[in-house]
Design a protein around this ligand. Sequence first.
Ligand SMILES: [Zn+2]
Length: 467
Amino acid sequence: MSNRIILTSEERDHVKLQEVKEVLKSIPGNFFTYEPKKKLDKLFIKWTHGDVPVKNDFFDSMNEFRHQDKLDSSDYLIFLTSRKIPGGFFNGIQFQQKNIFIDLENWERLYLKGSPDRYPIAFHVLISVLINHYFSIEEKALKALHLVDKGCILDFNGHKNKVDLKILTARICPDCLTTLLENNPDTNLLAYFRFGIERIRQDIVNGEYYKKIAPKPVRVYLKEAYNKRTGYKLEFDGIGDLDLDPICLTVYLNFLRKKKEGIRLHKIDQDYYFLLESYNKFTRLSDSEEEAEEIIEDLLIKEEKLKKQTITIQGNPPQVAREISLYEAAIKILNKESIDPKLKDNPKVKSAIEVVSQLKKENKAAERRKIKKKKNEKSISKLSKLKIENCQFKEFKNNALNEKIHLINEELSKLLGTFGLQEFYRIEDRGREKFGVSSEIEFEDPKGLIKSITTKIEKLDPIVITK
Ligand SMILES: [Zn+2]
């Protein structure tokens, strides 16, 4: 069962109390529960020494509160106060009773002007409980605390303006690790404290401390690159190129073009045509296809002409001279059939051979493209969670898209490092079921590839899935 940490304050400090509680509750783990008790109006501080309370006045009031609220003796009671405490005290512990008070004032001036003071306050709640939990009496604690600061959470820090060092290191020094584990060998409990104080340190440094150098997105360009197998590259301005294979480049391009609206992953089927056209482009299918079709047509016309043009073959007696078409002559020579050897040097026959063999070559290439096209369709339909059967689209649940997203994100982390820049570019849940990159990034497509693809596919009907 977890120990309770009761956080309390007078009414005037209730807002701060709530803020500090939120920081503490964000620490995962079940060793402690944090409960705010706001009804401390009735906790009036008894002044025993003139106008201002002294340390014991706080503790006396807290003990009264314990009694009134029937707190358990295992409960930690934390009193957060903005009242001026004499003698420079900002944090006090009454060990046996588990009462702790912490000053709420002037924390924000410490490590960075204007940064939220809930973090150093929550930090002190945690280390006060740690000290109280591990050292049952004050004398033992005083013996363990470092009177000379060494950047350990057990630095005594007589003055509040000295606490920066321990907050920003959040370190438990080796001596203290040994001492704490001697007092309580539960490594998980000490790990909980360490994680908690480290978490608060991280919140400080990530949230406020280094705000001035928070990463800003850079412009991304889709550029042609003849040295890449895709023929294109994604260039991150001032950083370098993202190295993606054709299918990952296809997926990422779709997310880049939809950076504002995002993509619902289960509706990816509607992007099938865009994905297919991009993929054909990045596998260099579409370029060669259009060009090659023209070449084949041209060659076919030439071949037809060759079938009509004739040439005379001189017959060796007793054979007589006869006429055959240039086409036939070319075929005979290509098939190494016996024919008048002089024909081979005839310029008309030579160019006929060239036409016939080029057409053969182009037809073979067309056959290969046909296979590649089928393969591309299969890959992209799978990626779009579709299956093509009898020229109809059917639903096909599979993990291909998620796998590609994972690979893309890995490459992004490699290129953009771990300092936070990749967060803008990663494909992730951006809320409301939509996945994508940050809408803050700037993406440019100077060659207009996206426009040319969308123009090509805009007349196509939306994908209809048959059951
Ligand atoms: Zn230490």
